[in-house]
Write a protein that binds this ligand. Structure first.
Ligand code: KIV
Length: 270
């Protein structure tokens, strides 16, 4: 494993990292202030995920978020980032109907937000759209396994590809995305043995979330990692800090100080 320091992260950097065995770190982000913290900390990929629909807007699923809203989040993130590769989810409804619409949506994201790549959920069924977008020079990241935009088809957020047939289809889809030229693939909530097979079978980096350790990198939703979201507790999640508790203590102290005339003090006024 090399300890090479990477400058601006590009899709080529990620390929090099896979080849040299350096693990890739990826986190979600939806705003400028958080983007500065995450980027400065040295993350490799920042994903402006459509999980903004849940985390930022309080929706139950990722389906309601619009292309305009994704562009707003993405442009805020891009302004805070100096090093990481910024990838933006194409939201539900912006690419499924036909390849021309998919390309128009991807172009809007690249042009209006300044991001570096797009991510799309699905395999062979969106092949033509992926080809169209790649042909326009836009890097595409795939997303297989539990694909939250299809939650109403699955009916549940449970582990995917547990059965042989679904696992075989997923591996075939991963090979297809790799052959088409996707620069990476996110695998969400699938057995570790299946993600290991995918990682060994394809040349592009595999980033897992709930997909075990035999992959090229890991991604989490930042709000889950720092304890800002409290209701979501899947087995794969590790909380590194309880910001919910820290923030609510600080806010309670502020309220107490306001009520007791302890804030502002003499030094805090003009
Ligand atoms: O939208 C998102 O946050 C994602 C990650 C869970 C990979 O797609």
């Amino acid at each position: 494993m090399s300890n090479k320091e990477y400058k601006r992260v590009t899709t080529h950097t990620l390929l090099e990292m896979k080849q040299s065995g350096d693990k890739i770190s990826m986190l979600t982000c939806y705003d400028y202030s958080m983007a500065k913290i995450i980027d400065y900390s040295g993350i490799d990929i920042i994903l402006v995920g459509d999980s903004a629909s849940n985390v930022m807007a309080g929706h139950e699923t990722t389906l309601p978020i619009t292309l305009d809203q994704m562009i707003y989040h993405a442009s805020s993130v891009v302004r805070g980032v100096k090093r990481a590769l910024v990838v933006v989810d194409l939201p539900f409804g912006s690419y499924q109907s036909d390849p021309n619409e998919a390309l128009r949506s991807a172009i809007r994201i690249m042009k209006e937000s300044g991001a570096h790549a797009v991510k799309m959920e699905g395999g062979s069924e969106i092949k033509d759209s992926i080809i169209k977008i790649l042909n326009a020079g836009i890097p595409v990241m795939g997303h297989l396994g539990l694909t939250p935009q299809s939650i109403y088809k699955f009916g549940t957020y449970t582990v995917r590809a547990k059965e042989n047939e679904e696992a075989k289809r997923l591996i075939e889809d991963a090979k297809l995305l790799d052959n088409l030229g996707c620069f990476g693939i996110v695998l969400e909530k699938i057995p570790a043995a299946v993600s290991k097979k995918v990682t060994n079978a394809i040349s592009s980096p595999v980033i897992g979330i709930g997909a075990g350790s035999n992959v090229d990198g890991q991604v989490l939703v930042t709000h889950d990692l720092v304890g800002l979201s409290t209701e979501f507790n899947p087995r794969f999640l590790r909380r590194y800090v309880d910001l919910n508790d820290i923030m609510s203590k600080a806010i309670k102290s502020y309220i107490k100080d306001v009520k007791s005339l302890n804030f502002p003090n003499k030094k805090e006024q003009y």
